[in-house]
Design a protein around this ligand. Structure first.
Ligand code: HEM
Ligand code: FES
Length: 445
């Protein structure tokens, strides 16, 4: 039973109530302490907005908006009920709802920075992906199967866009369009994100054909075109029905580059602008073509994209993430089993519920892979994680054994997907994560 006068925080979405004892702790810190999953990509620095909440009741029991929060709320046109949990302190009962539940929702928040009613010129990378082979599928399968397969398509093709900091702009017929850099960013980053998404989509389709579609007797093919340029973006349309729109020559050109795949018998084509925007010797390029696109009076140079020249750690991790965490509880159980075997002294550090802890760990691993495409947030997030680990009593000597157990678990869970290349990508990523955590942990002492 709650102690009299102890403020209560109620999480409406999950009907959970916690006692709030530490008035110095933000609402985000209360969630973390009480093992309530709460996305906080920038580690409570008031920048990423992922910890946002809607205050359902008890608004008057919270501090007024901090300066950082005020600026964000003004830019994103938030009503007063939306707050940043990392900037909120409660002095009485509050009822709140977390507004971002999954890592894949984070990029959509970029749309809040797009102007209303007017279009603004922004330099973006545009990806068009066309799926072929549907006609055969629709004539051979029931409408239920077709709907199921279509949903699977949009999921597996959308994921590589979202995990690379892109926005799914539209599904038009058999086409899916992704945009990279809608809220800013430098050319090389936006272009690399788009290229990595294209390669991720190619891999996803191959896997879908090989595993999920074998019983449907269909083999889906796709063509992707990627271009970079200045396009006009805004929320436009009828005053009563405005929607996000992106227009301009770079968009039409991306679509035409995509169409050129049929002629070139290729899968992924990128414009010269994309190639030049990415450091030399990064991409593995096949044939190059020069073609006059419809509506242009000049030739456009396009290149066939085969892959990255060297192993791209992010792409490797992205491709294995779903598979690796398909059963999060098993992953966590295995990992903690190994840890407590190899380092029994660590067991006493874990005071809370172990299955919730396991889920927090696996969510965090997924979150790390997503936020690698937003490195500035990732670094700040790891800073907070490193600091909180000092509070849990974790010593720097604990990190190597945790890393070893994580890698062993990853190797086992990868099963048939295992390759030395993949494991080495996970090793490099986790070494980076733990060294950042340790670095900040040292600052804390
Ligand atoms: C790859 C490195 C690691 C990651 C990604 C990670 C992730 C997490 C996450 C997400 C939490 C939940 C609470 C929070 O967000 O602050 C947590 C809690 C915790 N972690 Fe880690 N961790 C790592 C390394 C370690 C190491 C080296 C130890 C040492 C044994 C450790 C021990 C703990 C303990 C004791 C807790 C608190 C458990 C409780 O509340 O009962 N972690 N960790
Ligand atoms: S803004 Fe609160 S965690 Fe990033």
């Amino acid at each position: 039973m709650p102690t009299t006068n102890t403020p209560l925080i109620t999480y409406t979405g999950i009907s959970q109530q916690i006692e709030h004892h530490d008035m110095e702790a933000t609402l985000l810190e209360c969630s973390i302490t009480n093992q309530i999953p709460h996305i906080h990509e920038c580690g409570g620095n008031g920048q990423c907005t992922t910890c946002r909440i809607r205050v359902i009741e008890g608004h008057h029991n919270l501090n007024t908006r901090t300066q950082k929060e005020q600026e964000i709320a003004r830019l994103r046109k938030w009503d007063p009920s939306i707050r940043l949990a990392c900037q909120c302190y409660a002095k009485g009962n509050v009822s709140i709802e977390r507004l971002v539940w999954t890592n894949s929702e984070v990029n959509k928040l970029q749309l809040e920075t797009v102007p209303e009613g007017v279009a603004e010129e922004r330099a973006i990378a545009i990806l068009f992906c066309d799926i072929r082979g549907f006609t055969k599928m629709t004539s051979k399968n029931s409408s239920f199967d077709v709907a199921h397969i279509l949903n699977r398509f949009y999921t597996v093709l959308g994921d590589p866009i979202l995990i690379n900091n892109g926005i799914i702009y539209q599904y038009v017929g058999d086409e899916i369009i992704g945009l990279f850099g809608v809220s800013g960013g430098i050319k090389s980053k936006n272009s690399t994100d788009a290229v990595r998404a294209a390669l991720g989509m190619q891999y996803a389709i191959e896997r879908l054909n090989r595993i999920e579609l074998v019983d449907f007797d269909v083999n889906i093919k796709m063509g992707i075109g990627v271009n970079f340029g200045k396009a006009y973006i805004g929320h436009l349309g009828h005053p009563k029905h405005k929607q996000f729109a992106v227009v301009g020559d770079p968009v039409n050109t991306a679509s035409r580059i995509q169409s050129y795949n049929k002629k070139a018998l290729s899968s992924i084509l990128i414009s010269d602008s994309i190639l030049k925007g990415i450091p030399a010797d990064t991409l593995d390029i096949g044939r190059s073509f020069s073609s006059q696109m419809d509506g242009h009076n000049h030739e456009t140079i396009i290149h066939e994209l085969l892959g990255f020249q060297n192993v791209d750690i992010q792409l490797e991790l992205q491709q294995s993430l779903d598979f690796l965490l398909k059963n999060e509880d098993v992953f966590a159980e295995k990992f903690y089993g190994k840890l407590f075997d190899k380092a029994p002294d660590t067991q006493s550090l874990f005071k809370n519920n172990m299955s919730s802890q396991g889920r927090l760990l696996t969510h965090m691993l997924g979150g790390i892979v997503y936020s690698m495409s937003r490195p500035e947030s990732l670094t700040m997030g790891l800073q907070l994680l490193g600091k909180s680990h000092v509070r849990y009593g974790v010593q720097t000597e604990h990190y190597p054994v945790v890393l070893e157990c994580l890698l062993e678990t990853i190797q086992e869970e990868l099963g048939e997907m295992y390759s030395d290349k993949l494991l080495s990508a996970w090793e490099q990523a986790l070494e980076k994560v733990t060294s950042e955590m340790k670095r900040y942990a040292k600052d804390e002492h």
